[in-house]
Design a protein around this ligand. Structure first.
Ligand code: NAD
Length: 377
């Protein structure tokens, strides 16, 4: 079995899909050859020589004849021309709304697996890239907000007088939101948080923050079996928006993390709410790449409106590339571990495994995932 680790072709992607640690483990798993493209790890602090020391070879043509390609982002059409038919490709595939790109992978004859479709079951936790990356994004959001904010976060009692603690409001308490709350608390801010899933209330409070939400009947039932948020009714959204509008006026920093899988991000902060904030306040929109939670947020930009900054960094986990790569690489390794036959040391994919079923996008020239079937099918 040959495994390839390409240099990410998207210049905005600093992460890499394997580290020296996982190269060693992949070798032990049975990879006869692991080829890494030159410079693949540089932006994550890994030199070619580090990969070589772990047992990989460095090759500009790493993907030629590879049985397995480990990537961060979906391969481009140009990249696919260099992959072997039948190769298994693992990446964050961004499948929603990108059906033509999925068809291109099917046409190239590769078996493509979308790491972000990993089911939220205990066995797959170690493979869950959404969690590993969202946790880092939540942490980094607070660090970015702190850097943009012109004041200190903790209350300080100094000889020159007392400085009040900053007020931070976290919207969306999934993996990213929980880490944002914990980080903001560690830095001494006064933290409040909101979510549409009732289970989050206890989590927020256990981290020493205050929960804010309209807690009516709809709220009490607002969670899917998979543990994700449901889209809320227009009525609920209006009631919640009124509560949030009052609250936001008094906040120094707002961090939004609200997502609904497969749908555009819900708009939670209106232009009027932004306008109600004091100059010097900061909003960080972690959902900006999926349309944004904050009106006026722009992907890849910091927008300033009347002294209020709306920060829309892309790929926030990638802003901690070394840590993000090390966790992402471990997620990939854990997935491969269940796909390789220990005796034959070859890929032996059980297509009936629920983890495989949930993540497999293409196989044998066709798009196989039920969520992404061609419209005419
Ligand atoms: P996510 O990234 O899909 O969304 C972030 C948060 O935004 C969620 O908490 C969601 O409820 C919230 N949200 C959506 N719409 C909102 C709105 N209109 N207003 C306010 N908040 C809104 O979520 P996630 O981080 O992937 O986590 C979802 C859940 O899955 C969590 O409970 C998490 O602990 C759980 N989880 C389970 C496993 C596992 O069991 N293996 C792994 C990872 C996460």
């Amino acid at each position: 079995m040959k495994i390839a680790i390409p240099l990410e072709s998207d210049g905005g992607e600093p992460r890499v899909a394997a580290t020296p640690e996982t190269i060693k483990k992949l070798k032990a798993l049975g990879a006869a050859e692991i080829a890494v493209e030159p410079g693949a790890g540089v932006k994550s602090g890994i030199r070619d020589s580090d990969y070589e020391a772990a047992g990989a070879t460095i090759s500009a043509d790493a993907t030629r004849d590879a049985d397995v390609v480990l990537k961060v982002r979906r391969p481009s059409a140009e990249e696919l021309t260099r992959y072997k038919r039948g190769a298994a490709v693992f990446a964050i595939m961004d499948p929603y709304g990108n059906e033509p790109a999925l068809q291109a992978m099917a046409d190239a004859g590769v078996s493509a697996f979308a790491m972000e479709l990993m089911p939220r079951i205990t066995r797959a936790q170690v493979m869950d890239v959404l969690s590993s990356q969202a946790n880092l994004a939540g942490y980094r959001a607070v660090i970015d907000a702190t850097a943009e904010y012109g004041r200190a976060l903790p209350m300080m009692m100094t000889a020159a007088g007392t400085v009040p603690a900053a007020r931070i409001f976290i919207m969306g308490v999934g993996v990213a939101g929980l880490q944002a709350i914990a980080t903001a608390r560690r830095l001494g801010a006064v933290v409040t948080a909101t979510d549409v899933r009732p289970a989050t209330k206890e989590q927020v409070e256990s981290l020493g923050a205050k929960f804010l939400a309209v807690e009516d009947e709809e709220f009490k039932n607002a969670q899917t079996a998979g543990g994700y948020a449901k889209e809320m009714s227009k009525e609920y959204q209006a009631k919640q928006a009124a509560l949030v509008a009052e609250h936001i006026k008094k906040q120094d920093i707002v961090i939004t993390t609200a997502l609904i899988p497969g749908r555009p991000a819900p708009k939670l902060v209106s232009a009027a709410m932004v306008d109600s904030m004091r100059p010097g306040s900061v909003l960080i929109d972690l959902a900006v790449e999926r349309g944004g939670n904050v009106e006026g947020a722009k992907a890849g930009e910091i927008v300033e409106i009347n002294g209020v900054k709306i920060v829309g960094h892309n790929n926030v986990a990638g802003r901690l590339a070394a840590t993000a790569s090390s966790l992402y690489a471990r997620n990939l390794y854990a997935f491969l571990e269940i796909l390789v036959n220990k005796e034959s040391k070859a890929l032996a994919i059980n297509w009936d495994d629920e983890i495989v079923k949930a993540t497999a996008l293409t196989r044998d020239g066709a798009v196989v995932h039920p969520n992404f079937q061609p419209k005419s099918a």
